[in-house]
Design a protein around this ligand. Structure first.
Ligand SMILES: Nc1ncnc2c1ncn2[C@@H]1O[C@H](COP(=O)(O)OP(=O)(O)O)[C@@H](O)[C@H]1O
Ligand SMILES: [Mg+2]
Length: 255
């Protein structure tokens, strides 16, 4: 049984998180606390540092300074694969799907790859892997496409499959960078339901530019500008903040 106290606890935090490229500060002294089972959304104009923060959480980029604490332990300079074993999953565009394979085969492979990382779980049967994969396809609304080769999916369906593949690694934390990009209006409108099912068993941290998606899915929002945290709170609080309105309006004028 899950302890209700840990349900509302903080799963991952950053303190003083910074990434510089030469003199340029892409991410500048960011403190974050992500609560377990939240859908925590990063917003901000292009270049604000959202992807860089996600990449530092996933271990693809190491910080110049600062610390990341996951489940009470500092992640230090650990690699993406060691973070995956610890429960941090990342959905990648294009690289995580094998085109010649069906949707179901793609997710079964992800489930088996995860099982391979944990010696004790090797005793689980092929049937159990397939059953879990089918459950995950169900969760991302792709159950009817189980036998469809991945390359025949629409852009949006591929993004859904990427999420199922990432969930095959049974992450406690799922990192997503702009999951609605390439999705149709219809797929976008269903993304919220999908992510709400995901946070029954995991926590989501994602960057997102579509304001409607942010308002529908976010339990908490952090706005970034020029590598710094600008505002944080509920979607309403953040979108109503004077600082955020100023930065977003400026972005529109520049566009
Ligand atoms: N490898 C790199 N070298 C130099 N600058 C980079 C590099 N990666 C990202 N940046 C810069 O860091 C800033 C933040 O980028 P990014 O995190 O991708 O922003 P966002 O995802 O919010 O659009 C941008 O100004 C970007 O140009
Ligand atoms: Mg980005």
């Amino acid at each position: 049984m899950e302890d209700p106290a840990t349900r509302t606890g903080v799963l991952i935090s950053t303190r003083g998180l910074s990434k510089s490229y030469g003199p340029f500060k892409a991410v500048d002294d960011v403190d974050l606390d992500v609560r377990e089972h939240d859908i925590h959304v990063f917003i901000g104009p292009n270049g604000a540092g959202k992807s860089t923060v996600l990449n530092m959480l996933g271990g693809q980029i190491l910080p110049t300074s600062g610390d990341i604490i996951f489940d009470g332990k500092s992640l230090g300079a650990s690699t993406p694969s060691s973070r995956a074993r610890a429960g941090i999953g990342r959905s990648f565009q294009l690289t995580s799907i094998i085109p010649g394979f069906t949707c179901l085969e793609n997710v079964v492979l992800a489930v088996q790859a995860h099982r391979g990382l944990f010696g004790l779980l090797r005793l689980r049967s092929k049937e159990q892997d397939v059953a879990l994969a089918q459950e995950l396809l169900n969760l991302v609304d792709l159950r009817p496409a189980a036998e469809v080769p991945a390359e025949l999916l629409s852009h949006g369906q591929q993004r859904q499959l990427e999420i199922a593949v990432a969930l095959g690694g049974r992450p406690r934390l799922l990192l997503l960078d702009e999951p609605s990009s390439g999705m149709s209006a219809h797929e976008r409108s269903r993304l919220g339901d999908l992510l709400k099912r995901v946070v029954n068993t995991a926590t989501v941290v994602m960057a997102e530019h579509d304001v409607h998606v942010v308002r529908t899915v976010a339990s908490r929002v952090t706005a970034f500008a020029e590598g710094k945290k600008l505002a944080e709170g509920s979607a309403d609080e953040v979108f109503d903040s004077a600082d955020v309105r100023r930065v977003f309006l400026r972005g529109r004028r520049d566009a």
